[in-house]
Design a protein around this ligand. Structure first.
Ligand code: ATP
Length: 240
């Protein structure tokens, strides 16, 4: 449904990803796993279209373009939580557009937002400003904003960061259910155990794709060693 072929991404002289070829299918919950600096966010950002220089390496199935089918949830800490909007308005942005009111929300939009906030467990907080939420509550609001877009492809960058164990399980179940409805769900995570339990497709990366397949195929001591034995965090040009 969506994939990259022979993708190499450089930031200046630094190689963040090298010759990566991966594919994500509808009805599948995929996890991209690797250490800090492995290129996970870079892969996701390329898929979303945030690195337009590499757009040629991204492939969609016929009839789709990125804009009409992707719902992207960036890392929570990259967003401005001081912005004076409520939980309700933030979720509504998933339908009406981020900058201003591209169109006035109608009854169907309000019903969709209410349902998503209930599904993610933050409906009772809908009048609260997003700055006054806990980390786990913020993550739930981001998921609600993703759900209301009703995209076919859900791409999430570390959705479990700062979330307690009970909430993590709820969020995983919610994403699993989205895949079971026929959507392609792709999550970046550090949590190999969690991914193994909930996902049906694992991709281990450490600048290169180390392993790609079902949890049974991928989850081997050799693959884990090869993925996590070296971190590319802080790699310099000389090291690369
Ligand atoms: N905008 C940028 N400019 C320069 N270098 C960058 C940029 N973004 C990422 N990098 C570098 O590219 C490499 C891959 O980064 P990326 O964010 O994709 O890794 P990651 O696997 O998501 O890491 P983490 O688990 O720490 O979030 C890192 O070495 C990082 O320092």
């Amino acid at each position: 449904m969506l994939g990259v072929e022979h993708l190499t991404v450089k930031y200046g002289s630094q190689v963040a990803l090298e010759d990566a070829t991966v594919r994500f299918e509808a009805g599948t919950f995929s996890a991209i796993i690797g250490p800090n600096g492995a290129g996970k966010s870079t892969l996701l950002r390329t898929l979303v279209g945030l690195l337009p220089d590499y757009g040629d390496a991204v492939h969609f199935d016929a009839g789709h373009t990125a804009q009409d089918c992707i719902s992207y949830v960036p890392q929570q800490q990259t967003l401005d939580w001081g912005f004076p909007v409520t939980v309700w308005d933030t979720a509504m942005m998933g339908r009406t557009g981020r900058l201003g009111w591209l169109r006035w929300p109608g009854r169907a939009d309000r019903e969709r937002v209410a349902a998503a906030l209930k599904e993610t467990g933050v409906y009772d907080l809908r009048h609260r400003h997003i700055g006054a939420l806990s980390g786990g509550q913020r993550q739930r609001v981001l998921l609600a904003r993703m759900l209301v877009r009703d995209g076919h492809l859900l791409l999430l960058d570390e959705p479990l960061t700062g979330v307690d164990a009970t909430t993590q399980e709820q969020l995983m179940a919610l994403l699993r259910a989205q895949a079971d409805k026929g959507r392609a769900v792709v999550m970046v995570t550090h949590d190999l155990e969690q991914a193994r339990r909930w996902c049906d497709h694992l991709i281990l990366i450490n600048r290169r794709v180390v392993a790609d397949g079902t949890p049974a195929e991928v989850y081997t001591p050799q693959n884990i060693e090869a993925t996590f034995s070296t971190s590319h965090l802080g790699h310099t040009h000389a090291e690369a």
